[in-house]
Design a protein around this ligand. Sequence first.
Ligand SMILES: NC(=O)c1ccc[n+]([C@@H]2O[C@H](COP(=O)([O-])OP(=O)(O)OC[C@H]3O[C@@H](n4cnc5c(N)ncnc54)[C@H](O)[C@@H]3O)[C@@H](O)[C@H]2O)c1
Ligand SMILES: N[C@H](CO)Cc1c[nH]c[nH+]1
Ligand SMILES: [Zn+2]
Length: 425
Amino acid sequence: MKIIQVDEHVSLRRDPDSGNEKIQAIVDEIIADVRKDGDEALRAYTEKLDGAALDSLFVSEAERAQAYEAMETKTVEAIRQAIENIRDFHERQRSESWMTTKEDGTILGQQITPLDAVGVYVPGGKAAYPSTILMDVIPAQVANVGRIVMTSPPDESGRLHPAVLVAASELGVDMILKAGGAQAIATLAYGTASVPPVDKIIGPGNSFVALAKRAVFGQVDIDMIAGPSEIVVLADDSARPDYVAADLLSQAEHEERATAIVVTPSTMLAEKVAAEVERQLEDLPRAAIAREALDTFGAIYLTADLYEAVDVVNSLAPEHVEVLCNEPFLYLGKIKHAGAIFLGENSAESVGDYFAGPNHVLPTNGTARFSSPLTVDDFLKKSSIIHYSEEALAENSEMIASLARVEGFEAHARAVEIRHKKDVR
Ligand SMILES: NC(=O)c1ccc[n+]([C@@H]2O[C@H](COP(=O)([O-])OP(=O)(O)OC[C@H]3O[C@@H](n4cnc5c(N)ncnc54)[C@H](O)[C@@H]3O)[C@@H](O)[C@H]2O)c1
Ligand SMILES: N[C@H](CO)Cc1c[nH]c[nH+]1
Ligand SMILES: [Zn+2]
Protein backbone atom coordinates (compact mmCIF):
# COMPACT_ATOMS: atom_id res chain seq x y z
CA MET A 1 0.00 0.00 0.00
CA LYS A 2 1.11 3.57 -0.66
CA ILE A 3 2.36 5.44 2.42
CA ILE A 4 1.65 9.15 1.92
CA GLN A 5 2.57 12.13 4.07
CA VAL A 6 -0.81 13.77 4.42
CA ASP A 7 -1.58 17.08 2.74
CA GLU A 8 -4.59 19.23 3.54
CA HIS A 9 -6.79 18.01 0.74
CA VAL A 10 -7.58 14.38 1.32
CA SER A 11 -11.02 13.50 0.06
CA LEU A 12 -13.17 10.48 -0.60
CA ARG A 13 -15.48 12.42 -2.84
CA ARG A 14 -15.56 11.09 -6.32
CA ASP A 15 -17.64 12.52 -9.11
CA PRO A 16 -20.64 10.18 -8.98
CA ASP A 17 -21.63 11.15 -12.53
CA SER A 18 -18.30 10.67 -14.30
CA GLY A 19 -18.47 8.10 -17.09
CA ASN A 20 -22.12 7.39 -16.44
CA GLU A 21 -23.67 8.78 -19.64
CA LYS A 22 -23.66 5.43 -21.46
CA ILE A 23 -25.10 3.55 -18.49
CA GLN A 24 -27.73 6.27 -18.01
CA ALA A 25 -28.89 5.87 -21.63
CA ILE A 26 -29.26 2.09 -21.15
CA VAL A 27 -31.11 2.61 -17.86
CA ASP A 28 -33.50 5.17 -19.39
CA GLU A 29 -34.38 2.78 -22.20
CA ILE A 30 -35.01 -0.11 -19.78
CA ILE A 31 -37.26 2.07 -17.61
CA ALA A 32 -39.25 3.26 -20.63
CA ASP A 33 -39.70 -0.34 -21.85
CA VAL A 34 -40.92 -1.58 -18.46
CA ARG A 35 -43.34 1.33 -18.21
CA LYS A 36 -44.68 0.49 -21.66
CA ASP A 37 -44.67 -3.32 -21.70
CA GLY A 38 -44.74 -4.23 -17.98
CA ASP A 39 -44.19 -7.92 -17.13
CA GLU A 40 -43.31 -8.75 -20.72
CA ALA A 41 -40.37 -6.29 -20.70
CA LEU A 42 -39.33 -7.49 -17.24
CA ARG A 43 -39.14 -11.08 -18.46
CA ALA A 44 -37.31 -10.09 -21.64
CA TYR A 45 -34.64 -8.09 -19.78
CA THR A 46 -34.19 -10.83 -17.18
CA GLU A 47 -33.52 -13.27 -20.00
CA LYS A 48 -31.21 -10.88 -21.85
CA LEU A 49 -29.20 -9.53 -18.88
CA ASP A 50 -29.31 -12.36 -16.33
CA GLY A 51 -29.67 -15.27 -18.75
CA ALA A 52 -32.79 -16.59 -16.99
CA ALA A 53 -35.95 -17.58 -18.85
CA LEU A 54 -38.45 -17.53 -16.00
CA ASP A 55 -41.56 -19.71 -15.60
CA SER A 56 -42.71 -17.52 -12.74
CA LEU A 57 -41.53 -14.02 -11.82
CA PHE A 58 -41.84 -14.92 -8.15
CA VAL A 59 -40.05 -17.30 -5.77
CA SER A 60 -42.18 -20.36 -4.97
CA GLU A 61 -42.75 -22.16 -1.65
CA ALA A 62 -40.82 -25.16 -3.02
CA GLU A 63 -37.79 -22.96 -3.72
CA ARG A 64 -37.89 -21.63 -0.17
CA ALA A 65 -37.99 -25.15 1.23
CA GLN A 66 -35.05 -26.21 -0.97
CA ALA A 67 -33.10 -23.16 0.21
CA TYR A 68 -33.39 -24.33 3.84
CA GLU A 69 -32.14 -27.79 2.82
CA ALA A 70 -29.09 -26.21 1.15
CA MET A 71 -28.09 -24.18 4.22
CA GLU A 72 -26.03 -25.34 7.19
CA THR A 73 -27.98 -25.27 10.45
CA LYS A 74 -25.34 -23.10 12.11
CA THR A 75 -25.72 -20.45 9.38
CA VAL A 76 -29.51 -20.40 9.82
CA GLU A 77 -28.94 -20.00 13.57
CA ALA A 78 -26.50 -17.15 12.90
CA ILE A 79 -29.12 -15.44 10.72
CA ARG A 80 -31.66 -15.80 13.53
CA GLN A 81 -29.29 -14.30 16.11
CA ALA A 82 -28.40 -11.43 13.76
CA ILE A 83 -32.12 -10.75 13.24
CA GLU A 84 -32.62 -10.56 17.00
CA ASN A 85 -29.70 -8.13 17.44
CA ILE A 86 -30.73 -5.92 14.52
CA ARG A 87 -34.39 -5.86 15.59
CA ASP A 88 -33.46 -5.00 19.18
CA PHE A 89 -31.30 -2.07 18.00
CA HIS A 90 -33.93 -0.71 15.62
CA GLU A 91 -36.78 -1.05 18.15
CA ARG A 92 -34.98 1.71 20.07
CA GLN A 93 -35.34 4.05 17.11
CA ARG A 94 -39.16 4.06 17.19
CA SER A 95 -40.63 7.52 17.35
CA GLU A 96 -44.17 8.22 18.55
CA SER A 97 -46.87 10.64 17.43
CA TRP A 98 -47.35 13.50 19.91
CA MET A 99 -49.78 16.31 20.72
CA THR A 100 -49.58 19.39 22.93
CA THR A 101 -52.49 21.50 24.25
CA LYS A 102 -52.34 25.17 25.21
CA GLU A 103 -54.60 27.01 27.67
CA ASP A 104 -56.53 28.77 24.89
CA GLY A 105 -57.58 25.41 23.45
CA THR A 106 -54.95 25.20 20.71
CA ILE A 107 -53.88 21.63 19.97
CA LEU A 108 -50.70 21.04 17.96
CA GLY A 109 -48.96 17.79 17.17
CA GLN A 110 -47.20 15.42 14.86
CA GLN A 111 -48.80 12.24 13.53
CA ILE A 112 -46.40 9.50 12.45
CA THR A 113 -47.56 7.09 9.75
CA PRO A 114 -45.67 4.16 8.23
CA LEU A 115 -45.28 3.95 4.47
CA ASP A 116 -47.90 1.76 2.75
CA ALA A 117 -45.50 -0.13 0.48
CA VAL A 118 -41.73 -0.46 0.18
CA GLY A 119 -39.54 -2.22 -2.38
CA VAL A 120 -36.26 -3.75 -1.19
CA TYR A 121 -33.56 -4.28 -3.81
CA VAL A 122 -31.11 -7.04 -2.88
CA PRO A 123 -28.00 -7.05 -5.07
CA GLY A 124 -27.17 -10.39 -6.63
CA GLY A 125 -24.92 -9.90 -9.63
CA LYS A 126 -21.46 -10.69 -8.21
CA ALA A 127 -22.28 -11.80 -4.66
CA ALA A 128 -25.26 -12.69 -2.46
CA TYR A 129 -26.17 -10.30 0.36
CA PRO A 130 -28.47 -11.90 2.94
CA SER A 131 -27.10 -9.45 5.52
CA THR A 132 -28.40 -6.52 3.47
CA ILE A 133 -31.90 -8.05 3.50
CA LEU A 134 -31.86 -7.97 7.30
CA MET A 135 -30.62 -4.39 7.34
CA ASP A 136 -33.28 -3.19 4.87
CA VAL A 137 -36.31 -5.21 5.95
CA ILE A 138 -36.06 -5.09 9.76
CA PRO A 139 -36.34 -1.27 10.10
CA ALA A 140 -39.28 -1.38 7.66
CA GLN A 141 -41.00 -4.00 9.82
CA VAL A 142 -40.29 -2.07 13.03
CA ALA A 143 -41.90 0.95 11.35
CA ASN A 144 -44.95 -1.23 10.49
CA VAL A 145 -44.74 -0.74 6.72
CA GLY A 146 -47.87 -2.24 5.14
CA ARG A 147 -46.40 -4.21 2.25
CA ILE A 148 -42.79 -5.21 1.47
CA VAL A 149 -41.73 -6.48 -1.97
CA MET A 150 -38.22 -7.84 -2.26
CA THR A 151 -36.42 -8.20 -5.58
CA SER A 152 -33.09 -9.73 -6.54
CA PRO A 153 -31.57 -10.91 -9.85
CA PRO A 154 -31.78 -14.67 -10.50
CA ASP A 155 -28.91 -16.81 -11.74
CA GLU A 156 -29.07 -18.44 -15.16
CA SER A 157 -31.20 -21.29 -13.83
CA GLY A 158 -33.73 -18.75 -12.57
CA ARG A 159 -32.90 -19.22 -8.87
CA LEU A 160 -31.92 -16.89 -6.06
CA HIS A 161 -29.10 -17.72 -3.64
CA PRO A 162 -30.38 -20.01 -0.81
CA ALA A 163 -29.06 -17.65 1.89
CA VAL A 164 -31.08 -14.80 0.38
CA LEU A 165 -34.24 -16.93 0.43
CA VAL A 166 -33.63 -18.11 3.98
CA ALA A 167 -32.98 -14.57 5.27
CA ALA A 168 -36.17 -13.33 3.57
CA SER A 169 -38.20 -16.29 4.85
CA GLU A 170 -36.94 -15.83 8.41
CA LEU A 171 -38.28 -12.28 8.22
CA GLY A 172 -41.59 -13.38 6.73
CA VAL A 173 -41.15 -11.54 3.42
CA ASP A 174 -43.64 -13.33 1.19
CA MET A 175 -43.37 -11.48 -2.14
CA ILE A 176 -39.96 -12.09 -3.69
CA LEU A 177 -39.50 -11.03 -7.28
CA LYS A 178 -36.78 -12.55 -9.45
CA ALA A 179 -35.48 -9.42 -11.13
CA GLY A 180 -32.40 -7.22 -10.95
CA GLY A 181 -30.94 -4.01 -12.31
CA ALA A 182 -32.90 -1.11 -13.80
CA GLN A 183 -35.78 -3.38 -14.85
CA ALA A 184 -36.42 -4.32 -11.20
CA ILE A 185 -36.30 -0.68 -10.08
CA ALA A 186 -38.71 0.39 -12.85
CA THR A 187 -41.09 -2.42 -11.92
CA LEU A 188 -41.14 -1.38 -8.26
CA ALA A 189 -41.59 2.30 -9.12
CA TYR A 190 -44.30 2.05 -11.79
CA GLY A 191 -45.79 -1.39 -11.16
CA THR A 192 -46.76 -4.02 -13.72
CA ALA A 193 -49.76 -6.35 -14.05
CA SER A 194 -48.27 -8.71 -11.47
CA VAL A 195 -46.33 -6.30 -9.23
CA PRO A 196 -48.21 -3.40 -7.61
CA PRO A 197 -46.07 -0.25 -7.35
CA VAL A 198 -44.40 0.77 -4.08
CA ASP A 199 -43.88 4.18 -2.45
CA LYS A 200 -40.18 3.90 -1.64
CA ILE A 201 -37.24 1.83 -2.92
CA ILE A 202 -34.47 0.80 -0.55
CA GLY A 203 -31.22 -1.02 -1.10
CA PRO A 204 -27.79 -0.82 -2.68
CA GLY A 205 -26.78 -2.05 -6.11
CA ASN A 206 -24.41 -1.50 -9.01
CA SER A 207 -24.39 1.55 -11.31
CA PHE A 208 -27.45 0.34 -13.25
CA VAL A 209 -29.41 0.10 -10.03
CA ALA A 210 -28.11 3.40 -8.62
CA LEU A 211 -28.89 5.37 -11.79
CA ALA A 212 -32.32 3.76 -12.10
CA LYS A 213 -33.10 4.72 -8.49
CA ARG A 214 -32.04 8.28 -9.21
CA ALA A 215 -34.23 8.30 -12.35
CA VAL A 216 -37.41 7.13 -10.58
CA PHE A 217 -36.93 9.45 -7.59
CA GLY A 218 -40.01 11.69 -7.50
CA GLN A 219 -42.29 8.91 -8.72
CA VAL A 220 -41.20 7.14 -5.52
CA ASP A 221 -38.87 8.03 -2.67
CA ILE A 222 -35.47 6.33 -2.40
CA ASP A 223 -33.17 5.71 0.56
CA MET A 224 -29.84 6.94 -0.84
CA ILE A 225 -27.41 6.31 -3.65
CA ALA A 226 -25.01 3.95 -1.88
CA GLY A 227 -21.50 3.94 -3.34
CA PRO A 228 -18.73 1.38 -2.94
CA SER A 229 -17.75 0.36 0.60
CA GLU A 230 -15.27 2.52 2.53
CA ILE A 231 -13.18 1.89 5.66
CA VAL A 232 -10.85 4.33 7.40
CA VAL A 233 -8.76 3.06 10.32
CA LEU A 234 -7.55 5.71 12.78
CA ALA A 235 -4.61 4.07 14.54
CA ASP A 236 -1.79 4.88 16.92
CA ASP A 237 1.28 2.92 18.03
CA SER A 238 -0.86 0.63 20.16
CA ALA A 239 -2.73 -0.84 17.14
CA ARG A 240 -1.89 -4.36 15.99
CA PRO A 241 -0.76 -4.24 12.33
CA ASP A 242 -2.34 -7.65 11.62
CA TYR A 243 -5.74 -6.40 12.84
CA VAL A 244 -5.47 -3.18 10.83
CA ALA A 245 -4.51 -5.10 7.67
CA ALA A 246 -7.30 -7.64 8.14
CA ASP A 247 -9.90 -4.90 8.51
CA LEU A 248 -8.67 -3.01 5.44
CA LEU A 249 -8.91 -6.21 3.39
CA SER A 250 -12.37 -6.96 4.76
CA GLN A 251 -13.73 -4.01 2.83
CA ALA A 252 -11.28 -3.99 -0.08
CA GLU A 253 -12.58 -7.47 -0.99
CA HIS A 254 -16.07 -6.04 -1.68
CA GLU A 255 -15.18 -4.69 -5.10
CA GLU A 256 -12.47 -2.99 -7.14
CA ARG A 257 -13.91 0.46 -6.35
CA ALA A 258 -13.86 -0.03 -2.55
CA THR A 259 -11.77 2.34 -0.40
CA ALA A 260 -9.50 1.24 2.47
CA ILE A 261 -7.39 3.86 4.25
CA VAL A 262 -5.26 4.06 7.40
CA VAL A 263 -4.62 7.40 9.12
CA THR A 264 -1.83 7.33 11.68
CA PRO A 265 0.99 9.44 13.07
CA SER A 266 3.11 6.29 13.48
CA THR A 267 5.62 5.59 10.69
CA MET A 268 6.46 2.27 12.32
CA LEU A 269 2.80 1.16 12.25
CA ALA A 270 2.40 2.37 8.64
CA GLU A 271 5.31 0.23 7.45
CA LYS A 272 4.16 -2.83 9.39
CA VAL A 273 0.59 -2.53 8.07
CA ALA A 274 1.83 -2.26 4.45
CA ALA A 275 3.89 -5.45 4.91
CA GLU A 276 1.05 -7.25 6.70
CA VAL A 277 -1.43 -6.43 3.94
CA GLU A 278 0.89 -8.11 1.42
CA ARG A 279 1.22 -11.17 3.68
CA GLN A 280 -2.53 -11.53 4.20
CA LEU A 281 -3.27 -11.01 0.50
CA GLU A 282 -1.27 -14.16 -0.33
CA ASP A 283 -4.06 -16.59 0.50
CA LEU A 284 -7.15 -14.38 0.27
CA PRO A 285 -9.70 -15.88 -2.16
CA ARG A 286 -10.72 -12.44 -3.48
CA ALA A 287 -7.12 -11.14 -3.55
CA ALA A 288 -7.32 -9.81 -7.11
CA ILE A 289 -10.32 -7.61 -6.30
CA ALA A 290 -8.85 -6.44 -2.98
CA ARG A 291 -5.46 -5.65 -4.54
CA GLU A 292 -7.01 -3.56 -7.29
CA ALA A 293 -9.09 -1.65 -4.73
CA LEU A 294 -6.03 -1.01 -2.54
CA ASP A 295 -3.87 0.02 -5.51
CA THR A 296 -6.50 2.44 -6.78
CA PHE A 297 -8.21 3.80 -3.69
CA GLY A 298 -6.09 2.53 -0.76
CA ALA A 299 -3.56 4.61 1.19
CA ILE A 300 -1.79 4.92 4.52
CA TYR A 301 -1.79 8.60 5.47
CA LEU A 302 0.94 9.74 7.85
CA THR A 303 -0.01 12.71 10.02
CA ALA A 304 1.99 14.95 12.37
CA ASP A 305 -0.03 13.78 15.38
CA LEU A 306 -3.38 12.27 16.40
CA TYR A 307 -5.10 15.70 16.31
CA GLU A 308 -4.27 16.01 12.64
CA ALA A 309 -5.29 12.37 12.12
CA VAL A 310 -8.77 13.14 13.51
CA ASP A 311 -9.01 16.17 11.18
CA VAL A 312 -8.19 13.91 8.24
CA VAL A 313 -10.87 11.41 9.28
CA ASN A 314 -13.42 14.23 9.47
CA SER A 315 -12.48 15.59 6.07
CA LEU A 316 -12.81 12.08 4.58
CA ALA A 317 -16.25 11.68 6.25
CA PRO A 318 -16.07 7.92 5.60
CA GLU A 319 -18.79 5.29 5.64
CA HIS A 320 -16.96 3.43 8.44
CA VAL A 321 -14.19 4.51 10.80
CA GLU A 322 -12.42 2.18 13.19
CA VAL A 323 -10.60 3.71 16.15
CA LEU A 324 -7.68 1.43 16.98
CA CYS A 325 -6.01 3.75 19.50
CA ASN A 326 -5.34 3.72 23.21
CA GLU A 327 -8.53 4.80 24.99
CA PRO A 328 -10.74 4.80 21.88
CA PHE A 329 -13.74 6.36 23.64
CA LEU A 330 -11.76 9.63 23.93
CA TYR A 331 -12.30 10.07 20.18
CA LEU A 332 -16.10 10.01 20.39
CA GLY A 333 -17.38 13.53 19.82
CA LYS A 334 -14.13 14.46 18.07
CA ILE A 335 -15.02 12.27 15.09
CA LYS A 336 -17.93 14.25 13.70
CA HIS A 337 -18.38 12.85 10.21
CA ALA A 338 -18.69 9.08 9.78
CA GLY A 339 -21.52 6.66 8.98
CA ALA A 340 -20.48 4.26 11.75
CA ILE A 341 -17.74 4.48 14.40
CA PHE A 342 -16.16 1.24 15.63
CA LEU A 343 -14.32 1.64 18.93
CA GLY A 344 -11.51 -0.61 20.11
CA GLU A 345 -9.58 -3.53 18.75
CA ASN A 346 -12.36 -6.13 19.10
CA SER A 347 -14.86 -4.11 17.10
CA ALA A 348 -13.89 -5.19 13.58
CA GLU A 349 -16.12 -3.70 10.91
CA SER A 350 -17.37 -7.20 10.08
CA VAL A 351 -19.07 -7.22 13.50
CA GLY A 352 -21.24 -4.32 12.33
CA ASP A 353 -21.63 -5.55 8.74
CA TYR A 354 -23.37 -8.71 9.93
CA PHE A 355 -24.30 -8.87 13.52
CA ALA A 356 -24.04 -6.13 16.15
CA GLY A 357 -27.38 -4.46 15.42
CA PRO A 358 -26.79 -0.99 13.89
CA ASN A 359 -27.63 -0.71 10.20
CA HIS A 360 -24.90 -1.38 7.64
CA VAL A 361 -26.58 0.78 4.98
CA LEU A 362 -24.54 3.93 5.53
CA PRO A 363 -23.67 7.17 3.75
CA THR A 364 -20.69 6.89 1.37
CA ASN A 365 -18.65 9.20 -0.84
CA GLY A 366 -18.22 11.89 1.85
CA THR A 367 -21.97 12.24 2.38
CA ALA A 368 -21.61 11.41 6.09
CA ARG A 369 -21.06 15.20 6.33
CA PHE A 370 -24.82 15.58 6.03
CA SER A 371 -26.55 12.20 6.07
CA SER A 372 -27.12 9.28 8.41
CA PRO A 373 -27.41 5.49 8.45
CA LEU A 374 -30.68 3.87 7.31
CA THR A 375 -33.10 4.00 10.25
CA VAL A 376 -36.72 3.25 11.15
CA ASP A 377 -37.46 6.92 10.37
CA ASP A 378 -36.73 6.22 6.70
CA PHE A 379 -39.93 4.15 6.64
CA LEU A 380 -42.12 6.68 8.42
CA LYS A 381 -43.57 9.99 7.42
CA LYS A 382 -44.95 12.78 9.51
CA SER A 383 -48.10 14.88 9.29
CA SER A 384 -48.54 18.04 11.33
CA ILE A 385 -51.74 18.38 13.39
CA ILE A 386 -53.27 21.84 13.98
CA HIS A 387 -56.45 22.69 15.88
CA TYR A 388 -57.33 26.32 16.84
CA SER A 389 -60.20 27.08 19.17
CA GLU A 390 -62.49 30.09 18.58
CA GLU A 391 -60.64 31.93 21.37
CA ALA A 392 -57.19 31.16 19.91
CA LEU A 393 -58.23 32.36 16.45
CA ALA A 394 -59.80 35.56 17.80
CA GLU A 395 -56.65 36.37 19.76
CA ASN A 396 -54.30 35.87 16.82
CA SER A 397 -56.21 36.63 13.63
CA GLU A 398 -54.95 40.19 13.34
CA MET A 399 -51.34 39.01 13.34
CA ILE A 400 -52.10 36.20 10.89
CA ALA A 401 -53.91 38.60 8.52
CA SER A 402 -51.06 41.10 8.62
CA LEU A 403 -48.54 38.36 7.74
CA ALA A 404 -50.79 37.33 4.83
CA ARG A 405 -51.15 40.89 3.53
CA VAL A 406 -47.41 41.57 3.66
CA GLU A 407 -47.06 38.66 1.20
CA GLY A 408 -49.83 40.12 -0.94
CA PHE A 409 -52.26 37.29 -0.15
CA GLU A 410 -55.57 39.02 0.59
CA ALA A 411 -57.59 35.80 0.36
CA HIS A 412 -55.47 34.25 3.09
CA ALA A 413 -56.18 37.25 5.36
CA ARG A 414 -59.94 37.16 4.66
CA ALA A 415 -60.10 33.40 5.36
CA VAL A 416 -59.12 34.21 8.94
CA GLU A 417 -61.19 37.38 9.32
CA ILE A 418 -64.41 35.88 7.95
CA ARG A 419 -64.60 33.69 11.02
CA HIS A 420 -65.19 36.75 13.24
CA LYS A 421 -67.92 38.22 11.06
CA LYS A 422 -70.68 36.00 12.43
CA ASP A 423 -73.36 37.89 10.44
CA VAL A 424 -71.75 37.08 7.06
CA ARG A 425 -73.02 33.76 5.62
N1 LIG B 1 -23.38 -0.17 0.68
C1 LIG B 1 -23.90 -1.35 1.03
O1 LIG B 1 -24.45 -1.52 2.10
C2 LIG B 1 -23.83 -2.50 0.06
C3 LIG B 1 -24.28 -3.76 0.45
C4 LIG B 1 -24.29 -4.77 -0.50
C5 LIG B 1 -23.83 -4.51 -1.80
N2 LIG B 1 -23.37 -3.28 -2.13
C6 LIG B 1 -22.90 -2.95 -3.48
O2 LIG B 1 -23.91 -3.33 -4.41
C7 LIG B 1 -23.31 -3.62 -5.66
C8 LIG B 1 -23.85 -4.95 -6.20
O3 LIG B 1 -23.58 -5.05 -7.56
P1 LIG B 1 -23.79 -6.39 -8.39
O4 LIG B 1 -23.40 -6.09 -9.78
O5 LIG B 1 -23.13 -7.51 -7.69
O6 LIG B 1 -25.35 -6.74 -8.31
P2 LIG B 1 -26.66 -5.91 -8.70
O7 LIG B 1 -27.79 -6.78 -8.30
O8 LIG B 1 -26.62 -4.53 -8.17
O9 LIG B 1 -26.64 -5.80 -10.30
C9 LIG B 1 -26.93 -6.89 -11.14
C10 LIG B 1 -27.86 -6.41 -12.23
O10 LIG B 1 -27.24 -5.40 -13.01
C11 LIG B 1 -27.80 -5.40 -14.29
N3 LIG B 1 -26.75 -5.27 -15.31
C12 LIG B 1 -25.50 -5.81 -15.27
N4 LIG B 1 -24.87 -5.54 -16.44
C13 LIG B 1 -25.73 -4.82 -17.21
C14 LIG B 1 -25.65 -4.24 -18.51
N5 LIG B 1 -24.56 -4.35 -19.25
N6 LIG B 1 -26.75 -3.58 -18.98
C15 LIG B 1 -27.87 -3.45 -18.24
N7 LIG B 1 -27.98 -3.98 -16.98
C16 LIG B 1 -26.93 -4.65 -16.49
C17 LIG B 1 -28.51 -6.71 -14.48
O11 LIG B 1 -29.87 -6.45 -14.59
C18 LIG B 1 -28.24 -7.49 -13.22
O12 LIG B 1 -29.40 -8.16 -12.79
C19 LIG B 1 -21.80 -3.66 -5.43
O13 LIG B 1 -21.28 -2.44 -5.90
C20 LIG B 1 -21.70 -3.77 -3.90
O14 LIG B 1 -20.53 -3.23 -3.35
C21 LIG B 1 -23.37 -2.26 -1.22
N1 LIG C 1 -19.62 -3.35 4.25
C1 LIG C 1 -20.86 -3.28 3.48
C2 LIG C 1 -21.35 -1.85 3.54
O1 LIG C 1 -20.40 -1.00 3.10
C3 LIG C 1 -21.93 -4.15 4.01
C4 LIG C 1 -21.68 -5.61 3.86
C5 LIG C 1 -22.57 -6.56 3.45
N2 LIG C 1 -21.90 -7.74 3.51
C6 LIG C 1 -20.70 -7.53 3.94
N3 LIG C 1 -20.55 -6.22 4.15
ZN1 LIG D 1 -18.60 -5.30 4.27
